[in-house]
Design a protein around this ligand. Structure first.
Ligand SMILES: [Zn+2]
Length: 127
């Protein structure tokens, strides 16, 4: 089979189309790889990868002096359902689901935040 100039041109256009489609697809891709991270006393307690249709999880954490915090994590994000906390700011924060958002419970030293990459990655495509 002989490759004609025209074929090469079409191949190049196709390649360019695929690359740009891939690039656009990456950019419009919803924030992927999100994780709900729970830290207690500055230590990682749990890391839950978020994905559509994931099972709702109830995380009950026993704290010092008989206190506790109940965190709900599902595909919509995470929130504090119940807590023994003097200010309850953590509970009032409500749902967090965007990368960088966090729930802080200062009195109990509990931190819940959403981790993940928001910046579209540029893979080694050089021109
Ligand atoms: Zn609190």
């Amino acid at each position: 089979m002989k490759l004609k100039k025209g074929d090469l041109f079409i191949a190049l256009i196709l390649a360019a189309a695929i690359i740009s489609w891939y690039g656009i697809n990456k950019l419009t891709e919803p924030e992927d790889g999100r994780q709900i991270v729970i830290e207690v006393n500055g230590d990682l307690y749990r890391r839950i990868p978020m994905h559509e249709g994931m099972k709702r999880q109830e995380i009950h954490i026993n704290l010092e002096n008989g206190k506790y915090i109940d965190i709900i994590a599902d595909e919509n994000g995470a929130y504090v359902r119940d807590v023994i906390c003097p200010d309850k700011i953590c509970q009032k924060t409500g749902l967090v689901n965007k990368v960088g958002q966090s729930i802080v419970c200062l009195p109990n030293k509990v931190l819940v935040y959403i981790d993940g990459n928001i910046k579209p990655e540029v893979d080694g495509i050089s021109y």
